[in-house]
Design a protein around this ligand. Structure first.
Ligand SMILES: [Zn+2]
Length: 308
C-alpha cells in the first residue's frame, strides 16, 4: 500500500498551541500535543523549530493554522494579531525548515476541515461562522476557499449592522456585527437591555450591575427560566440572524456551519427556518460544526498537502 503524505500541523492560539502529524485523509498519525504559546515572537519561532526537528523524518510539509489574515502565497501573516505577541506577524515561517511551510487563517482552515470531513462534507459551496469572543468566517466557493485581494476576505465580524453609532466595538469602531452577535455581543446585549427591562429588575440578576452580567449568567439564566435572560438570549439570536441572512444572500451557500465556543448556543432550527423565509437565495441548510477543536489543525494539513 502506498503511504499517504503527512503534515506536521500546528494550531497556534493566544494561550495554547496544538500540534499533531496528520495524513492527507485527515487521520491523526500522532496524538495531539498541547503546549503553552510562548510569550515572545522569538520563542514562538524556536518552539516551531524544535518540534519540526523532532518530527522531521516522518513528514512531507509543515502546516500552521493561525489567527490573522495570511498572504496569498500562504507564507506569512499580513494583518495584526492582537492575541499573539508583537513581532509574530513578521516571522519568516519559510525559514523554519527546508520543507515547505504552509500557513493559513484559522477560519479558512476550519471551513476546509468541515468541507472535507465534517458538517459540510461534499458541499462545494459552504459558509462557516465561528462564534467566539469575536466572529470569524470562511467560505468555500465552487470547491475553493475564497481569499480576497490580499488574502484577508471574510472578516465578517467587522461587518457593520447599524449606521448610527450605537455601540463601540473592541476594535475601536462602531457597530461591528461581532459587538452584537459574538460572546462579547451577548454580554453587550445583556448590559444594554438591563437598562430598560422590567424583568431585569425583578429577575435572577436584579442585584448585579448591568455591566457585570456575563455570557455565563445569561446562558445559565436561560436554563433556569429567568425571563430577562431569555429576552437577552432571543435578542442575541436575532443579531446572529441579521448578519447571517445577509451573508447567505451574498454567498449563496448550500450549507452554513456554525462553530466556535458560543456556536453551540445558536438555535440552528430557528435560524434555518427564518433564513429560508427571508433570504432571496434560499434554500440553505444550517448545521453545527462537527470537527471541534481539531478543525484548525486538520484543515491546515489538508489544504497544505494539496501542494505536495
Ligand atoms: Zn469591530
Amino acid at each position: 500500500m502506498d503511504t499517504l503524505k503527512r503534515a506536521l500541523s500546528f494550531d497556534i492560539g493566544g494561550t495554547k498551541t496544538n500540534y499533531a502529524v496528520i495524513d492527507e485523509e485527515g487521520n491523526f498519525i500522532t496524538k495531539k500535543i498541547k503546549v503553552p504559546t510562548p510569550d515572545s515572537a522569538e520563542k514562538i519561532f524556536e518552539m516551531f523549530k524544535s518540534i519540526i526537528e523532532e518530527n522531521y523524518s516522518s513528514i512531507d510539509i509543515v502546516t500552521i493554522s493561525t489567527a490573522g489574515a495570511v498572504n496569498l502565497e500562504n507564507t506569512g501573516v499580513c494583518s495584526s494579531t492582537p492575541n499573539l505577541p508583537s513581532g509574530y506577524p513578521e516571522l519568516e515561517f519559510s525559514k523554519l525548515t527546508d520543507k515547505k511551510v504552509f500557513i493559513e487563517n484559522d477560519a479558512n482552515c476550519a471551513v476546509w476541515a468541515e468541507y472535507k470531513c465534517g458538517a459540510a462534507k461534499g458541499c462545494n459551496n459552504t459558509l462557516i461562522i465561528t462564534l467566539g469572543t469575536g466572529i470569524g468566517g470562511g467560505v468555500i466557493s465552487n470547491g475553493e476557499p475564497v481569499r480576497g485581494y490580499t488574502g484577508a476576505a471574510l472578516e465578517v465580524g467587522s461587518m457593520k449592522i447599524f449606521a448610527d453609532k450605537r455601540q463601540k466595538c473592541t476594535c475601536g469602531r462602531y457597530d461591528c456585527w461581532e459587538s452584537y452577535a459574538s460572546g462579547t455581543g451577548l454580554k453587550n446585549t445583556a448590559a444594554a437591555m438591563a437598562k430598560t427591562s422590567p424583568e431585569y429588575k425583578t429577575g435572577l440578576y436584579k442585584d448585579k450591575l448591568p455591566e457585570e452580567l456575563t455570557t455565563y449568567d445569561i446562558t445559565d439564566g436561560v436554563q433556569k427560566g429567568d425571563m430577562f435572560s431569555i429576552q437577552v438570549f432571543n435578542q442575541w439570536q436575532e443579531y446572529i440572524f441579521v448578519g447571517l441572512v445577509s451573508l447567505v444572500d451574498i454567498f449563496n451557500p448550500e450549507v452554513v456551519v456554525i462553530s466556535g465556543g458560543m456556536g453551540k448556543f445558536a438555535n440552528i432550527e430557528m435560524l434555518e427556518e427564518k433564513i429560508n423565509k427571508e433570504s432571496v437565495v434560499a434554500p440553505v441548510k444550517i448545521r453545527h460544526a462537527e470537527m471541534g477543536n481539531d478543525s484548525g489543525m486538520i484543515g491546515a494539513a489538508l489544504l497544505g498537502l494539496r501542494f505536495i
